[in-house]
Design a protein around this ligand. Structure first.
Ligand code: UDP
Ligand code: MG
Length: 318
């Protein structure tokens, strides 16, 4: 199999057939073998019936339908699709035709034509969204990127075509809370960004409310950064230093100006000193928890792209 299309579907009853028709227009003429892996992410409409109809109507097409027992989210749908795909190249594409199968095939061609590439990612430079939302998004990326070890690229979508090597690397990250943007940058590999403009949704409405986006964004930080766990150490450290400085200044003033140190000043010094100590200790505990957290994800220690050796016993080590 040359090419796998992975299509997560959540309440996309009006798009399944249209998507398949559009994809066929492009791929049926292409000189490659290809497959569809549809993942029905617990839709509450007739998406599953539409998928079943499609599956039965085209017995000579390679179609796989995975039907989730409930809505697990797009990240889980992508994971299931990747796990059940067999292509040498894999494409993640939405069902709503905002991302066109024609573009997917172009991206596939780019990938195949450039052996040094491992991944081709569609990149949206212009987006049909308000100034406020796009401002919040770019602020989010600025803050997040200062906290994570690998960069999250603003505008880069899940709409990607990549080799099975990249797929295996992604699947080797077995963590439960999955955040694709982070995972893609974490596994590395040579990625080319190509610009595209998202079309209007073919049918139905977006599943991303503002609240869901915020939750998703916080999840991304939590999955790829342990900085929040250590935050209290910084605040606590600052408070402790402040109280020590304040204490010294008060002492000096007492001896040079012979002022009376009132109870309030003493309280402020003691409170900030012990408050700061407690926060610092919490931050230290947080640093250990961060280590445990990272370890519990069982991520591979490294990902090798290729190994040159004449020794047959040397494996990939992943
Ligand atoms: N999707 C999914 N599970 C979800 C939410 C969305 O599988 O819980 C799918 C959805 O069916 C679509 C893709 O993810 O194929 C992108 O969703 P959507 O079009 O709502 O996002 P947008 O394009 O607005 O960012
Ligand atoms: Mg969409």
């Amino acid at each position: 199999m040359d090419f796998s299309l992975i299509i997560p579907c959540y309440n996309e009853e009006g798009n399944i057939e249209a998507f398949f028709d559009e994809a066929e227009k492009v791929l049926d003429l292409a000189p490659i073998s290809y497959e569809y892996v549809f993942v029905n992410d617990g839709s509450t409409d007739s998406t599953q019936q539409r998928l079943k109809e499609l599956y039965e109507k085209h017995p000579n097409k390679s179609i796989t339908v995975i039907n989730f027992s409930r809505n697990f989210g797009k990240e889980s749908a992508i994971f299931a699709g990747l796990k059940n795909s067999t292509g040498k190249a894999v494409c993640l594409i939405d069902a709503d035709l905002q991302q066109h199968p024609k573009t997917a095939y172009q991206m596939y061609r780019t990938l195949v034509a450039n052996p040094e590439l491992d991944c081709v990612c569609a990149y949206q430079s212009k987006r049909n969204e308000g100034k406020l939302i796009s401002g919040i998004k770019s602020l989010y990326y600025k803050i997040t990127n200062s906290m994570v070890e690998t960069e999250f690229k603003n505008g880069a979508s899940d709409f990607r075509v990549f080799t099975s090597k990249v797929k295996d690397a992604i699947l080797s990250l077995g963590e439960y809370h999955r955040f694709s943007k982070g995972i893609f940058s974490w596994v590395g590999f040579n990625t080319e960004y190509v610009e595209y403009e998202a079309d209007e949704r073919n049918d139905g409405a977006t599943k991303w409310s503002f609240g869901r986006l915020v939750k998703y964004g916080i999840g991304g930080i939590m999955a790829f950064s342990t900085a929040p766990l250590k935050l209290s150490a910084y605040i606590g450290g600052t408070a402790t230093i402040f109280s020590v400085v304040y204490f010294i200044v008060t002492l000096i003033r007492k001896f040079t100006h012979n002022i009376n140190v009132d109870g309030f000043t003493q309280l402020v010094i003691l409170l900030t000193f012990f408050g700061g100590l407690i926060l610092t200790t919490l931050g230290i505990i947080g640093s250990y928890i961060a280590k445990i957290y990272e370890q519990s994800k069982h991520r591979p220690v490294y990902i090798a792209k290729e190994i040159l050796t004449r020794n047959e016993d040397v494996g990939n080590g992943n």
